[in-house]
Design a protein around this ligand. Sequence first.
Ligand SMILES: [Zn+2]
Length: 287
Amino acid sequence: MPELPEVETVRIQLFLRLKGKTIDSVKIHHDKSVRGDRRFATALKGLRIDDIDRVGKLLIFSFEGKNDLFLLVHLKMTGQLFLIDKSGSRQAAGGHETKHDSTLPNRHTRVEFDLKDGTKLCFNDQRIFGYLKLTDKKGLAAAKDRFGPEPHQGALDFDYFFSRLQKSGRNLKAMLLDQTFVAGLGNIYVDESLFRAGLAPTRAARSLTAAEAKRLLREAAKVLKEAIRHGGTTFQSFKDSTGKKGNYTGKLKVFARQGLPCPRCGHIILKSKVAGRGTHYCPQCQK
Ligand SMILES: [Zn+2]
């Protein structure tokens, strides 16, 4: 499943290539992939893409001269976005990783955008949990309200972070996965942040000292920034037009490294279920 750094990578790649381009037509191949207004295709026809923003893992497209219409895209489990040029070669892609590259559009293509300049944006989604949705200003504000501040974006105030931890009856893993508290840390980056901060995932959130909470916030911000710089962990392995591959996998210190030695102390890294999720940690370094 793509996490925030992967979605941010997709956002940047698409923004660089789609800004200023006009939607010529939209084909919906699977009704379930489009939520809300059934006039989806008609509403988007002829619009020029102005910006692609993001909150949590939700992508937000806005359009020139339209301040009350937004396109929301959520990739969920298996969603992918592919941009292909006139010759059919890929310019950018991102989202869920696939082993088999096939031509596009293909049987997993749920929505297809034809742009005036001949490029095509395909929304692929094998399991159809992802969606596209048109919304207005009010709907956008409601969508944004469901996300807390992101650790790497300066808007996250330490006093807010610490006081919420102190009031919590949950453990650190559960607390950090809660997107209404802090947005952007999924299973991979919660484990990585806790390892780097030296904190056990099962630790009661309210037991943290101010110094520990500071360290945790700092490490979470660093992990997200690093992962974004590397194009994420689960980003498609084929190269984009700039020749860059998403590869944060080699930087992971505990995630999916159970049974291997801890890079800090050499103790074997363990995996167990915490807050319902497979959790990786070093029992010696994380207190
Ligand atoms: Zn260790």
